[in-house]
Ligand binder design. Structure first.
Ligand code: FES
Length: 126
């Protein structure tokens, strides 16, 4: 299975890539399969209802094309979500959103999701 058009678009024009000044939460995650690394930055806002949500999100990665595309798509999906909803995002949601990934690349989708969940948990711990 080749990369979908959407994967290639996210890879060529990654959304929300880069670092963030004064983030509320940060997490770093490595992929044990390939050694690639991802860093996720979150800015947390509070809705009028009191619920906390992802106001802004950025990622940096030393990773493959699939990892970049997955992280870019993930940041678009996660932005604006309340923290409980963002914790429910899983790799299948992202792979589906991207129109699939070649089978050997499915493990790459874990990197961003794990980094996002870790960043939220880091925030909730503090
Ligand atoms: Fe390492 Fe894709 S090969 S994340």
């Amino acid at each position: 299975m080749p990369y979908s058009k959407k994967v290639l678009d996210h890879f060529k024009n990654p959304r929300n890539q880069g670092s963030m000044k004064n983030p509320d939460a940060v997490a770093k995650e490595g992929n044990p399969v390939c050694g690639d690394v991802m860093k996720m930055y979150l800015k947390i806002g509070r809705k009028k209802s009191g619920e906390e949500f992802i106001e802004d999100i950025k990622f940096e990665t030393l990773g493959c094309a699939a990892a970049i595309a997955v992280s870019s798509a993930l940041t678009e999906i996660a932005k604006g979500k309340i923290l409980d909803e963002a914790l429910k995002i899983n790799k299948d949601n992202i792979v589906e959103d991207l129109g699939g990934l070649p089978a050997p690349k499915v493990h790459c989708s874990m990197l961003g999701v794990d980094a996002l969940h870790k960043a939220i948990k880091n925030y909730l711990k503090n």
